[in-house]
Design a protein around this ligand. Structure first.
Ligand code: PMP
Length: 396
């Protein structure tokens, strides 16, 4: 039976073009890019070509790009690296960040940092004013994601960047979910650090990149997490994953060529899916994410009233979709993102997340809506309406 893959926020399939490039890289550029001989130099040149591609992609310089094992590591290096320069400093972040940001902040809190977690509104958005209000004399970092991995909310990073720039506080932005759909420019956004990951943009898993502005490292180098052979200018030791880096470069080039038209195509499929689901579903459902310009164009989060998503998903054998965040689903915890936007527990229990991607056809969107409509059966008791999420900032 065919499976329709609609879980592109969890991961994307590798593009065959990227796979071909990587296969060639494994044989042609196997040498250690740090080796001084000709074979090593050839591998080094390809790594630097990929570094240039990442730099161009985010509007930075080649010397500002560091390769990592993915977004989790990049977020850890960014946050711990900056916080490590001023032990005991204050960090501002938001309640809907990825766990690789929130848990890193929690670890730093345990080590003596002060942390302010800003609440979000019912759409998952934080304002630049809220960030400004919570800056302190000892604030060493603000970390806000560009687009959310569960509800697709796009944060006003450029506005936040103006606030942090004026205050002289570094701004880190986890752009992992955004770069496949939105053009990103570090200068326009006013960010000092930016995270991205290969496997969310049709590249390989286990590779990511961190942009760190030279103006930040000119003041003081970031504290590395991994010590060793001095690779990545001492910030991230370890022999480079050459083939994955080359694959990331290829994936980025493909995204640049197709991003805008893809965003329009997938937004249309999302509309088709929603229209079909509305027409066919006997169980009422409500959107937990938005479909306007301030949300990712290819993603949807919705809850069927009175339906438990954990029971619904196993019945959808022809669909690959998820409940809440795939990163959290093994923990079976209610989504911290849906809680932060104020959804009641029953609506969180009913929440499913789906996202369209490069290899999705319009037929897939229609078939997925039909499957979902057939599997989601109306329940006698309906869920309570949601509450708006704006609460006070939590201080750790
Ligand atoms: N940040 C965000 C917003 C994400 O969606 C993810 C992946 N779910 C990560 C960070 C972690 O990425 P990686 O798998 O590359 O470590």
């Amino acid at each position: 039976m065919r499976t329709i893959y609609l879980d592109h926020q969890a991961t994307t399939p590798m593009d065959p073009v990227v796979m071909d490039v990587m296969q060639a890289a494994y044989t042609q550029y196997f040498a250690n890019p740090a080796s001084p001989h000709a074979v090593g130099v050839r591998a080094f040149r390809e790594v630097e070509r990929a570094r240039s591609a990442v730099a161009r992609f985010v509007g930075g310089a080649r010397s500002e790009i560091y390769f990592t094992s993915g977004a989790t590591e990049a977020n850890n290096i960014a946050i711990k690296g900056v916080a490590g320069r001023c032990p005991g400093g204050h960090i501002v972040t938001t309640a809907t960040e990825h766990k690789s940001v929130l848990d890193t902040c929690e670890a730093l809190h345990a080590a003596g940092c002060a942390v302010t977690v800003l609440p979000v509104d019912a759409q998952g958005r934080v304002t630049a004013e809220a960030v400004a209000r919570h800056l302190r004399d000892d604030t060493v970092l603000v970390s806000v994601m560009l687009a959310n991995n569960e509800i697709g909310t796009i944060q006003p990073i450029a506005e936040i960047g103006r606030v942090t720039r004026q205050a002289g506080v570094p701004l880190h932005c986890d752009a992992t979910q955004a770069v496949g759909s939105l053009a990103v420019d570090v200068t326009e956004l006013g960010v000092d650090l930016l995270t991205l990951s290969g496997h969310k943009i049709y590249g390989p898993k286990g590779i990511g990149a961190l942009y760190v502005a030279n103006r930040l490292t000119d003041i003081a180098p970031l504290a590395p997490l991994i010590h060793g052979g001095g690779q990545e200018r001492g910030l991230r030791a370890g022999t480079l994953n050459t083939a994955a880096i080359i694959g990331l470069g290829a994936a980025i080039t493909l995204v640049e060529e197709t991003r805008d038209q893809e965003a329009r195509r997938l937004a249309k499929f999302r509309g088709t899916f929603l229209a079909e689901l509305t027409a066919r579903s006997r169980a009422p459902f409500r959107l937990n994410s938005g479909t306007g310009p301030d949300f990712l164009p290819h993603a949807l989060n919705l809850s069927f009233e009175g339906v438990d998503a954990q029971e619904l998903l196993p019945r959808l054998t022809d669909l690959a979709i998820s409940t809440g965040s795939a990163c959290n689903s093994s923990a079976q915890e209610p989504s911290h993102v849906l809680r932060a936007i104020g959804l009641p527990p029953e609506r969180i229990r009913g929440s499913i997340r789906l996202s369209f991607g490069r290899f999705t056809a319009e037929r897939d969107a229609i078939d997925a809506a039909c499957s979902l409509a057939a599997a989601a059966l109306p329940q006698p008791e309906s869920a309570a309406p949601g509450r708006a999420g704006q609460k006070g900032a939590a201080a750790w």
